[in-house]
Write a protein that binds this ligand. Structure first.
Ligand SMILES: [Mg+2]
Length: 169
C-alpha cells in the first residue's frame, strides 16, 4: 500500500529522486492539493527563515497546485508566522500527522499529495489518508536538539524497515 502511494507519485514525477525540497523542480506536479511539511522540509527543525531557494520552489509549486503548510510543531505562532511570510495557508487542527482526522478539521479537497521528510508522520499520514507521498531529503542543522536528532534516528530506522517490507511485498 505504502509502496504503491510512493511509487505512483514517483511515476508521475519523471526522473524523481529524493533530494531536498528546494532542489526539486516539481515540473510535472499539477492539479494537486499539496500538504507540505515545514520542519526538516522547508527549514531545519525549529528555524523560521525559509531560504530563497525553498521559497522559489514553493512559488513554482503553487503556480499549478493548491498548497497548504502542515506542521506538528507545538509552536503555532511560529507556524503562523512562516505561513504568513510565505503567503501560504496552513492547516489548523489540534490533530497531528499521521492522524487522518486532521483532514476532518479542514475543507480541503482534490487529489492529495503529501510532501515531507519523515516516514512516521508524513508518509504514514499519506498512507492513512489515501494521498500520494513524496519524500524529500531532510534539512538538518548543527543546532538540532538531542531530542530532534533522536527522533530523526528513530524515523530513519523506521524508514529502513518500511522500505525492506515494501521490497518483500
Ligand atoms: Mg518534517
Amino acid at each position: 500500500m505504502e509502496g504503491a502511494t510512493q511509487s505512483s507519485a514517483r511515476a508521475q514525477v519523471p526522473g524523481f529522486r529524493m533530494t531536498f525540497f528546494h532542489e526539486q523542480s516539481f515540473d510535472d506536479v499539477t492539479g494537486r492539493t499539496i500538504i507540505l511539511d515545514i520542519d526538516g522540509t522547508l527549514v531545519a527543525s525549529g528555524e523560521t527563515e525559509v531560504s530563497h531557494e525553498a521559497r522559489a520552489t514553493l512559488v513554482r509549486l503553487r503556480e499549478k497546485n493548491t498548497v497548504y503548510l502542515c506542521s506538528n510543531n507545538y509552536d503555532r505562532s511560529r507556524t503562523k508566522s512562516i505561513a504568513e511570510s510565505l503567503q501560504t495557508p496552513f492547516l489548523r487542527s489540534r490533530k497531528k500527522k499521521p492522524d487522518p482526522r486532521l483532514l476532518r478539521d479542514t475543507t480541503i479537497q482534490g487529489p492529495l499529495l503529501v510532501i515531507g521528510d519523515k516516514c512516521l508522520t508524513d508518509e504514514l499520514f499519506a498512507l492513512f489518508t489515501g494521498a500520494e507521498f513524496l519524500r524529500v531529503s531532510r534539512i538538518k542543522s548543527p543546532k538540532d536538539s538531542a531530542m530532534t536528532r533522536f527522533l530523526y534516528f528513530v524515523d530513519d530506522i523506521a524508514s529502513f524497515f518500511m522500505k525492506a517490507i515494501k521490497r518483500l511485498t
